[in-house]
Design a protein around this ligand. Structure first.
Ligand SMILES: [Zn+2]
Length: 203
């Protein structure tokens, strides 16, 4: 274990931030299964440079990341490699993080936990000021695009202990949120009806 190795449990409905040095592995494990994680990635040297799903889709020519592909910044620099996947997948990089507005629209009130607010809380806890959230990679999110061009909302397919591993290509700050969705979307409970913990291992 290097000095920077550590293991962080992200409780359901919450988020956690961590620094990840260049060359370190970043492993996300779904502890109880059926849980989406939103992974936000910023460059440690300049948080204005952050993971861009749009640039990544342009480079990789797919909206769904696969093993061996890299994730690129808004300045088109490789930040992360998707190194190994011990989950059924898929993973999404088209959805914005859930926000308080979507829960209000679905009748869950104005203060439901959400990945956007959890990103800002987590990054502030690390003492980093950002003016806007980056769009995330949504690990384990099962939302393929149907033949009619619309998303199909699927139940997350992970079982307890499934994991996915990334490799940092430069010094990064990451935030992982355990997605807060606990109400049906189009009749489907993507997280199985409640938000449960994820583990983030670095090193
Ligand atoms: Zn969410």
């Amino acid at each position: 274990m290097s000095p920077s190795s550590r293991s962080i449990v992200v409780p359901g409905y919450e988020g956690r931030a961590a620094r990840v040095p260049a060359g370190a592995a970043l492993t996300i494990t779904d502890l109880e299964g059926c849980q989406i994680g939103d992974l936000f990635v910023l460059c440690a040297a300049d948080p204005a440079e952050r993971l861009s799903p749009a640039v990544t889709r342009l480079v990789n020519f797919t909206p769904f990341p696969r093993v061996g592909e890299r994730f690129y910044s808004n300045r088109r620099r490789a930040l992360l490699l998707l190194e190994e996947d011990a989950s059924p997948g898929p993973h999404d990089m088209t959805f914005a993080p859930c926000d308080r507005e979507i829960y209000a629209e679905l009748g869950a009130g104005n203060d439901h936990p959400n990945c956007r607010d959890n990103f800002f809380k987590a990054i502030a806890a690390l003492g980093i000021a950002v003016d806007a959230h980056p769009d995330p990679v949504n690990v384990f999110q099962n939302t393929p695009i149907g033949a009619d061009g619309h998303y199909t909302i699927g139940v997350t397919q992970t079982r307890p202990g499934d994991w996915v591993r990334f490799r940092a290509e430069c010094d990064l700050v990451v935030v992982l949120t355990a997605c807060s969705v606990d109400i049906p979307f189009e009749g489907v409970q993507p997280n199985g009806g409640r938000s449960t913990p994820l583990r983030l291992d670095i090193g």
